[in-house]
Design a protein around this ligand. Structure first.
Ligand SMILES: C[S@@+](CC[C@H](N)C(=O)[O-])C[C@H]1O[C@@H](n2cnc3c(N)ncnc32)[C@H](O)[C@@H]1O
Length: 295
């Protein structure tokens, strides 16, 4: 991040970053004042807990399981999609750590699961620093207890629809004068178009240093996914489906050039299994992912 914005981030509370927010994003910030994510509501299916259920976790309630099973009835590959997405996250983080990236900003963390970002990153670069960000208070509680257990790892509760707040809260641990990997993995599809997810991605990346990376995965619009996301309508966050071309647009606005193999069905992103096996999964997984690098 350029020096002036780094200083603005450091001037937490002085309004320095907010002054730089686009008009749309300032609108987001005002609208969020009244909103509360529903994770502590036992009657509303919660997207973090539903994902936990697909991954085989235990931090979910009957209401979450009912909604998740409804989604699985509409698309029997829903669980495979979640597992493939989680595996993509791990491979992307390992790849980035192997490229020398030492700082990770994981936005839309979800409940702790296998292959958490700081664990994968530190297995390659022991000094890697990770800031986890999620707007869900339950995720933040679990993250503080189970993820943020060393001085190089923090969990903060913030809403990505207010990206200035996200950067401010990450600036305590991350040094934005050095390359950072910003992870928006299975989280941008929870941002409705009117909340301008492209402005969010651009804002988060616009002043990161050369060598910074953006990682995105996102559910693709298909005839199957259109049906299968219906149970999310009544959940804590509905899903907005986008075309592959629109998803590629996140890398364009971030000025991040896709590294090989580009934006692909997540099983095909640098698979660690035989390509034939990855290809079998890929036809069932309507999630694309990619990693972009800023020059
Ligand atoms: C499906 S989980 C993805 C977890 C993890 N990134 C992964 O891919 O394994 C999506 C997460 O995004 C979070 N999320 C959704 N909208 C958000 C927002 N506006 N700000 C921050 N987090 C958000 C949810 O609370 C949830 O924990």
């Amino acid at each position: 991040m350029a020096q002036d914005t780094a200083r603005a981030v450091a001037r937490k509370g002085s309004g320095g970053v907010s002054e730089r927010l686009d008009a749309d994003l300032l609108g987001n910030r005002r609208a969020l004042g009244a909103e509360r994510p529903g994770s502590l509501d036992p009657n509303t299916p919660n997207v973090a807990r539903m994902y936990d259920f697909y991954l085989g976790g235990r931090d979910n309630l009957a209401v979450d399981r009912a909604a998740a099973e409804a989604a699985e009835r509409l698309n029997p590959d829903t669980r495979l999609c979640a597992l493939a997405n989680r595996a993509f996250l791990g491979r992307a983080v390992r790849y980035l750590a192997e490229q020398g990236v030492r700082q990770f900003l994981d936005i839309g963390t979800g409940l702790p699961a296998m292959g958490n970002v700081h664990e994968v990153a530190q297995s390659v670069v022991p000094g890697a620093r990770t800031v986890y960000v999620d707007y869900d208070p339950l995720v933040a509680i679990h993250g503080r207890a189970l993820l943020a257990r060393d001085a190089r790892t923090e969990m903060v509760q913030a809403d990505m629809r207010d990206p200035a707040a996200v950067l401010e809260s990450a600036a305590g641990l991350l040094d934005f004068r050095e390359p950072v990997a910003v992870l928006l993995v299975a989280s941008l599809h929870f941002i409705a178009s009117q909340q301008d997810p492209y402005a969010i991605a651009r804002y988060l990346m616009q002043e990161t240093e050369a060598g910074s990376h953006l990682v995105v995965s996102h559910v693709v619009w298909t005839e199957t996914t259109v049906r299968a996301v219906a149970p999310y309508e009544g959940a804590s966050a509905p899903v907005t489906l986008r075309s592959e071309q629109d998803i590629a647009g996140f890398f364009t606005v971030a000025a991040a050039a896709l590294v090989e193999p580009g934006l692909v069905r997540v099983p095909l992103w640098r698979p660690e299994v035989a390509v034939e096996l990855a290809a079998e999964d890929a036809v069932r997984v309507d999630i694309v992912g990619g990693v972009g690098r800023r020059g």
